[in-house]
Design a protein around this ligand. Structure first.
Ligand SMILES: O=C(O)C[C@H](O)C(=O)O
Ligand code: SF4
Length: 512
């Protein structure tokens, strides 16, 4: 088993940096269906470029390399203690190499362990089998989409859909609702794994396990196959679209599994995965620890997009582009409208959960007047000269800062907040009152944005850990879309209301 650690390091690196062909094919199909010139088409083309860049740079596709979760199948007699040790060593090395972001945080003290190890991290599941090889599957599922997982307890009442009973039709409603409630916040277009039955724990486990199925397989259970097809066809009619910008593709894959339950409980558990669907697997020789085979490398046979589905090439009018350099004036901000593209040059500052909480009661270490805050937790490495290098730097889900954002904008005179997924009514009110905008960057496009960062001008609050620290970054040609302006307009609010209306068309019974 001498080579096991090296094999696992290769597995982690490959998972984090090279999206599997079946996932790429699903994204490519979505791209072909989207009308060119729309915001969704723009987002999908950034996503495609980002996937390519990550592969070429062998760098993380998304800066959030998630909760490393391994499923290991072992021959009878294999030493699981040694395998776990090799996994932990490979995780530490992958973190040192910048293939994983240090993501393991002590829940009580908030301290980041710095090496991706911790109580319960990484997650390792074992199962024995009769084969004489080891199989290791890995999923790196990030926090934004994990936060969009949802569990329903049937019967229940669902917004837009009415009563969902303990039958296939009730399950159908739960799944449609799960896509609606995620909006764009889990970096849609997404993949869902659904677990029917079990208890609260095993239901979610079953849901997550579905994510290991290939994107283009079909369910051996005919009822579930029918349900999967139905969901794929109809969830996309919600028009939430890529990043929640509206558009033809909201869901890239739906895989459903079922298990027994006890009489009183009936759970439908949904694991939502972003487009940056990083899962890979290997089989390993138990003697040497060397890789024998990769599990998700073959090209899928994909139905070509039909003419009626493919994008009409009628270009929508090109959005207005506005170039800005902080400090930004109130006048420049008030001239922006939802749909404009802002291109930033100059200094911006990262800030996410820990910083927003801190700034409520403390002063900022730098002048933020007219400034730009970027909701981002980057992957950073020091180069040979001890200088910081940005390895990946896409936006994080902004809605988590909703309790703080309006107050922070007011207190420090901030003019623009960059993030993804949009924010709520309190922030919208704050933007209007103080003259600021919300800029939506493309979630997961961590290589694309890292490429716009020309230098690191220092860091504050390293004690918060790398992702939560306040990084001062010089950017050039950093593009993001105004999705909330200073006149009370919010694309997110509009898409949410529109998709709720569309959801209600699925109220009537379909499966008996
Ligand atoms: O933690 C992050 O960098 C992003 C997170 O995965 C998110 O989607 O909000
Ligand atoms: S930022 Fe988006 S793409 Fe990255 S892990 Fe979070 S949900 Fe996924």
């Amino acid at each position: 088993m001498q080579s096991l650690k090296e094999s696992l390091l290769e597995l982690i690196t490959e998972t984090s940096t090279n999206l599997p062909p079946d996932v790429r094919a699903a994204i490519q199909q979505a791209k072909e269906k989207e009308n060119s010139g729309t915001r969704a088409a723009l987002a999908l083309s950034t996503i495609s470029d980002n996937i390519q860049m990550a592969e070429e740079n062998t760098s993380p596709i998304c800066q959030d390399t998630g909760m490393p979760t391994f499923y290991v199948y072992v021959p009878v007699g294999a030493n699981q203690i040694k395998i776990s040790q090799a996994i932990r060593e490979a995780i530490v090395e992958a973190t040192q190499n910048g293939k994983l972001r240090p993501n393991s945080v002590d829940s009580l003290t908030g301290e980041n362990s710095g090496n991706n190890l911790g109580e319960g991290v990484p997650v390792i599941h074992y199962e024995q089998w009769e084969k004489d090889e080891i199989e290791v599957k890995l999923i790196l599922k990030g926090g934004g989409c994990e936060n969009k997982n949802i569990q329903y307890s049937l019967p229940c009442e669902l917004e837009g859909l009415g009563r969902a009973g303990r039958d296939l039709d009730g399950i159908r409603k739960c799944i449609l609702h799960s896509v609606y409630q995620a909006q764009g916040q889990g970096c849609s277009a997404g993949f869902i794994g659904v677990g029917i039955g079990g208890d609260r724990t095993t239901g979610y486990e079953l849901a997550k396990k579905q994510l290991f199925r290939k994107a283009h397989d079909s369910n051996p259970n005919p009822d579930l196959a029918r349900l999967e097809e139905y969901i794929m066809e109809n969830a996309n009619k919600l028009s939430i679209g890529t990043m929640g910008f509206g558009g033809t593709t909201t869901l890239l894959g739906c895989k459903i599994g079922a298990m027994h339950r006890i009489p009183a409980s009936f759970y439908v558990s949904v694991a939502y995965n972003c487009w940056a669907f990083r899962r890979q697997g290997i089989t390993v020789d138990p003697e040497t620890g060397k890789i024998k085979r990769w599990l998700y490398k073959e090209q899928p046979t994909v139905k070509p997009v039909t003419v009626s589905e493919s994008a009409t090439k009628t270009e929508t009018s090109a959005p207005r582009e506005v170039r800005l350099t902080p400090p930004i004036s109130e006048e420049a901000i008030r001239s922006l409208r939802v749909g404009d593209i802002v291109i930033l040059d100059g200094l911006i500052h990262t800030g996410r959960d820990a910083l927003h909480k801190y700034l409520i009661d403390h002063e900022a270490p730098v002048d933020l007047n007219g400034g730009v805050i970027y909701h981002c937790g980057p992957v950073m490495l020091k180069d040979a000269n001890g200088n910081w290098e940005v390895k990946a730097a896409g936006p994080t889900t902004s809605i988590r800062e909703e309790p703080y954002q309006a107050d922070i904008i007011k207190k420090f005179g901030i003019r623009a907040v960059i993030g993804k997924g949009g924010m709520g009514s309190r922030t919208l009110e704050g933007l209007k009152e103080h003259g600021a905008v919300y800029l939506n960057a493309i979630g997961g496009a961590a290589q694309y944005y890292a490429d716009c960062i020309t230098g690191v001008d220092g860091v504050h609050f390293m004690e918060f850990g790398v992702p939560e620290a306040m990084w001062h970054l010089h950017v050039k040609n950093f593009a993001a879309i105004v999705t909330m302006d200073s006149h009370g307009n919010s694309l997110h609010k509009d898409v949410e209301m529109d998709s709720l209306k569309r959801l209600s068309q699925f109220k009537e019974k379909v499966f008996s």
